[in-house]
Design a binder for this molecule. Sequence first.
Ligand code: GMT
Length: 370
Amino acid sequence: MNVAILNYHRIGGSGIVAYEIGRSLAEERGHRVHFIGLEPPFRLRDNFLERITFHKVEVKEYPVFDYQPYALALASQLSEIILENDIQVIHSHYALPHAVAALLARDISGRKVKCVTTLHGTDITIVGAHPSMMNITRYAIKNSDLVTAVSNSLRRETEEKLGIEKGKIRTIYNFVNTRDFNPGLKKIELAHCKDRTMILHISNLRPVKAPLDVIKIFHGILQRVDLNLGLCILGEGPMQSGMMRLARDLEIEDRVNFLGAFNDLGPVIVSSRLMLLPSLQESFGLVALESMACGVPVVASRVGGLPEVIEDGINSCLFESGNLDEAIEKSVDLLNDQKGYLKMSQQAVKTATKTFSQEKIILQYESVYQ
Ligand code: GMT
């Protein structure tokens, strides 16, 4: 099959899922995959893979435009790619603008190419639910041939918020690539965390990830655990300076390390003891799954799709959103109970490899395309 994939190239879950689907389809299932965007997906940059082509979208700069019309340029160039490469399926990750651009490109091309859209979360909960974007998001969903959501929670929320009929959206869970995320990866020693037990947080440090709560939870754990702990933050985002300020105010700045954006997360995760994810909203929480695949339990808020991935007390821990005392207590219990920790770590790997294995989920996408 000839498949076009549209996704955001910046580091983030939706880009990872899009890239891994394309890579598996090309490398393992023999399909021809075309990624189209402003930049190649970030994981593609270091790899040259057979049967994968990247098409760069050119956006015309012109003084009349206050904003460059990326979606229109994408639709126009995609319509040519459809004809030149006999594209049969366009898979859009993130409703806006990708699914809309795909529908427009199909119209322009005059071909009966099928449009599959995968909803990732913020495209519905934040962007799509905003009155300024609601109608066009609903249009994209209704006119796609098939729509998938990365969790039941996101599927239900989309049905409710946008008034989509039941049955239109199918849940296909995210998955993890166990070659890059497994407990056998070589541990690394980060200079700042030498001799310390590392607690980790990975995100884009936006308000939805509640990054200040990460600092507060870490501070609470420090008061109650007799371990030399360090906190590592991976990722970049607008709340980094606020986090630094809070760490200074709480006098723990020497224990908090900001490592910036990383591509190869696996070695950092396996070198850590615990992952904190206190998000206010999370349609799936790919980073939780990646951590679990490495055998590192997660302490996460009970929001969105996280309870579909995490079985509280079995493969990781959940706390009520905003209840930081509960988050601290569960983290402390886990750090103090070696036997319980080991059991949970093994169970986390089992969940990641059995329920959310890449091989299994890719077959679901392939059958969607067929
Ligand atoms: O979390 C973000 O802000 C980034 C966003 C993205 O587009 O990558 O993440 C969303 O999609 C991921 C992949 O499906 C999910 O694992 C994340 O839970 C989801 N984020 C939110 O729902 C906040």
